[in-house]
Design a protein around this ligand. Structure first.
Ligand SMILES: Cc1ncc(COP(=O)(O)O)c(C=O)c1O
Length: 394
């Protein structure tokens, strides 16, 4: 298999001008990231700054309600409130060790933007974050947080004004400023070596979950691991450790939007087709001419018309199953987690919770199911308020 591919997916479908920084990055990964000094500093940052390990928590009430053993991997308890910080600490440290004074990022929900701004502030790097104008409006708190951290947020007004358009803009910046700048991509997407780099930085989630599960239950492996999939980084972070263990079911949950026929959604694995987006061959939402179709989800972080190539390969091989959950199901699960466990989840993570709660019969009674709680819901309170008002109006 070619090293830049996962099965038939991945690769480097980029303009020639992007090849030099991709080569430089690949070399830096081999020489810096795989070296002991980087690994020591990264482990120290994850422990002392991010607050790892994040707990693995058995939900007593949801377990009683469903007859399953439901476990949450609490990435919401990380510094900045989501899994995104695992990756940005790694990439910012790499940028510093490469001697790059500036980092750029794209963001949808704003969580990756906040996590990049945080890492940049802490490591003394200049930081610019591109964000679709629609997302700037619906994630205003995160824009304020980034600005407080000293980052410049650039609103992108092209296309659907969401994550895809922000990513296009970030690639343009990288082409123009490659000598001084590292592009801190926010998920397991983009051209090689990004999908592998981001997965490796996030794979701490699955390693911890496995050893915590063994320590708490005396058992070896859970029956299933479940995570929401936008670009796919929290999911790959959890899944990677379990892929070689065939007894563990791997379930990725995509956003079905409103769920009505003909509606926009973000289910590129369930409903998309193979094509090329942001430098990689993957599953995506496109029309018959290969033009990218608009995506939608109430969860801004899932609102992306593509997904990481490793997920496309896991689906093609049958090792992982991908399902989708609509906005209403995710919102119902959001409320249940608030009321039954005292945890306010991100709307993204609520999709993964919803799949398990709505499909209890897909598991055997007593099965141990680990759900990745990828982030906390504070950023979503404005959207939740609107949804509650709409519900009251009936
Ligand atoms: C809390 C949370 N979960 C999930 C995602 C989706 O990203 P990914 O699929 O890369 O984990 C996001 C993206 O912003 C997020 O903020």
């Amino acid at each position: 298999m070619k090293k830049s591919y996962f099965g038939d997916f991945g690769g480097q479908f980029v303009p020639e001008l992007l090849m030099p920084p991709l080569f430089e990055l690949e070399k830096a990964i081999a020489e810096i990231v795989h070296g002991p000094e980087f690994q020591r500093r990264f482990a120290e940052l994850l422990a002392d700054y991010v607050g790892r390990p994040s707990p693995l928590y058995r939900c007593p009430n949801l377990s009683a309600d469903t007859g399953l053993n439901i476990w949450l991997k609490r990435e919401d308890l990380n510094h900045t409130g989501a899994h995104k910080i695992n990756n940005t600490m790694g990439q910012a440290l790499l940028a510093r060790m490469m001697g790059k004074p500036r980092i750029i990022a794209e963001t949808g929900a704003g969580q990756h933007g906040v996590a990049t701004a945080t890492a940049a502030a802490m490591m003394g790097l200049e930081c610019v974050v591109y964000m679709g104008a629609v997302d700037v409006a619906r994630q205003a708190h995160n824009v304020r947080r980034m600005e407080l951290l000293g980052t410049t947020v650039v609103a992108v007004h092209t296309g659907t004004k969401t994550l895809k358009d922000a990513t296009n803009q970030a690639f343009k910046d990288w082409i123009a400023n490659q000598r001084t700048t590292h592009y801190c991509i926010g998920s397991v997407v983009g051209p090689h070596p990004f999908p592998t780099l981001v997965r490796d930085f996030q794979s701490v989630i699955g390693r911890e979950a496995r050893s915590q599960f063994a320590a708490k239950t005396g058992g070896d492996l859970p029956a299933a691991v479940v995570a929401c999939v936008g670009g796919g980084s929290n999911a790959m972070g959890l899944f990677h450790e379990f892929v070689p263990h065939a007894s563990v079911r791997i379930i990725g949950v995509e956003a079905a939007g409103s769920g009505e026929p003909g509606c926009y959604h973000s289910a590129s694995l369930c409903k998309g087709t193979p094509g090329i987006l942001h430098g990689a061959k993957t599953q995506l939402l496109q029309d018959a001419d290969g033009q990218i179709e608009p995506s939608h989800s109430i969860a801004a972080g899932l609102d992306y018309p593509g997904t990481g190539p490793e997920h496309a390969a896991l689906k093609a091989s049958g090792r992982a199953t991908y399902v989708c959950v609509n906005d209403a199901q995710a919102f119902a699960a959001f409320k249940i987690l608030c009321r039954r466990e005292g945890i306010i989840p991100a709307l993204e993570s609520s999709h993964a919770v919803a799949y398990v709660l709505d499909n209890v019969s897909a598991f055997a009674p007593g099965d141990h199911v680990i759900i990745n709680l990828s982030g906390r819901g504070d950023k979503d309170l404005d959207i939740v308020e609107q949804l509650l008002k709409a519900e009251q109006k009936g």
